[in-house]
Design a protein around this ligand. Structure first.
Ligand code: SAH
Length: 348
């Protein structure tokens, strides 16, 4: 029997798995036992030690366990950041980065193979979107990064390749799984989801009652500038985006984090800083400035140190809570999308 005719067991919810096992004549408690094993990073049914051999064989005939293989792995000699390029079952590749902070190890996961949002500064979007990742494939990145690196993961950021709100249902399933005590048991307060600003997704997310941190990739405080670097803005516009962000804040009470990549001569003037401060006033929001990572295919460059300093001081003088993202893994090009691009290019 070809694998493709079998069922991806990790794509099943616990009640779906229970129904299959019941149909196979198994006692009720088995489903939970099997389910728990799936989220330990096993690669075959034979590793399910408390499951009778006969059932392990039956499971293997009906289902398969998917898992990613390490295609490339890079480790920063400077700060211990580890970056993986995983090969998925169908030959596609995605990136995951493990960062070591004082407050715990953080994994940055991808949500799609490629991206269709088209941001001018981003490497992930260059070849467009190939496909969505399943919930299991997103979860595998957490599980197998932990297994391979030996680093216990305590925080997750959805800031890798892809737009999470463009793969809404799978991302939601991933979040609930990762939070499930029977699965990885990572608290929602330890998870951030980053979006380029799809407002219908933000509104839906507000209704899910999750305690995660929403990060919005703003990158410009006005339509003229934002349209130039983020095509998604032409569909929504800054005003509509901010309306949905405010609704999110009102409904959840969770402070929003805004990401702002500092791009030389594009979005880094005094006027941009003033407008940004006015735009987000009154929400206790946090601004995370990211010195632009240069992408080979793009003509955009990071802002100068002077402009960065001036930008920060204007925001601070207006009472905005601002931080500058520390660049981790500079020796391994740790920003997402770049390793996948490089590997695709080399294969040509
Ligand atoms: N699609 C989501 C999450 C993925 S990108 C989003 O747009 O938020 C994670 C963050 O990295 C986003 O803020 C994105 O705008 C930023 N980013 C992408 N390319 C970058 C680059 N070259 N330099 C700095 N930040 C970049």
């Amino acid at each position: 029997m070809q694998n493709e005719e079998k069922i991806d067991i990790k794509s099943l919810a616990l009640d779906e798995l229970s129904a299959y096992l019941k149909e196979m004549g198994e006692p009720g408690f088995r489903a939970k036992q099997v389910y728990k094993w799936l989220w330990t990073g096993i690669e075959s049914f034979d590793e399910m030690l408390n499951i009778p051999k006969a059932l392990r064989e039956k499971l293997g005939e009906r289902f398969y366990i998917s898992y990613p293989r390490v295609l490339r792995k890079q480790e920063s000699a400077l700060d211990g950041t580890v970056k993986y390029l995983w090969e998925l079952r169908d030959g596609n590749a995605v990136e995951t980065v493990v960062m070591r902070y004082n407050h715990g190890n953080t994994v940055c996961v991808s949500s799609q193979v490629g991206c269709r949002m088209g941001c001018a500064f981003c490497a992930s979007t260059i070849g467009g979107k190939v496909r969505d990742l399943s919930a299991g494939e997103i979860l595998d990145q957490v599980m197998f990064s932990e297994k391979d690196s030996g680093l216990k993961i305590s925080n997750i950021v959805m800031m890798g390749i892809g737009e999470p709100l463009d793969n809404y249902d799978n991302v939601m399933r991933f979040l609930r799984l990762v939070n499930d005590p029977e699965c990885l048991n990572i608290g929602m307060r330890h998870i951030s989801l980053s979006t380029c600003g799809r407002t219908e997704g933000i509104d839906r997310l507000a209704g899910e009652d999750l305690q995660l941190t929403l990060s919005v990739s703003l990158h410009a405080p006005d339509d003229e500038t934002r349209n130039k670097i983020m095509p998604v803005n032409r569909a929504y516009g800054v005003e509509k985006l901010m309306d949905s962000v405010r609704r999110y804040y009102d409904k959840t009470g969770r402070r929003i984090s805004f990401e702002y990549a500092m791009i030389d001569g594009v979005n880094d003037t005094r006027e941009h800083a003033e407008r940004l401060a006015s735009l987000i006033a009154g929400m206790g929001a946090h601004v995370n400035l990211i010195p632009l990572n240069e992408v080979e295919e793009s003509k955009l460059h990071p802002s100068t140190k002077e402009h960065l300093k001036e930008f920060i001081s204007i925001l601070e003088s207006r009472g905005v809570n601002v931080t500058v993202r520390r660049k981790l893994g500079p020796d391994i090009n740790a920003s997402c999308g770049q390793l996948r691009r490089k590997t695709i290019k080399e294969a040509r």
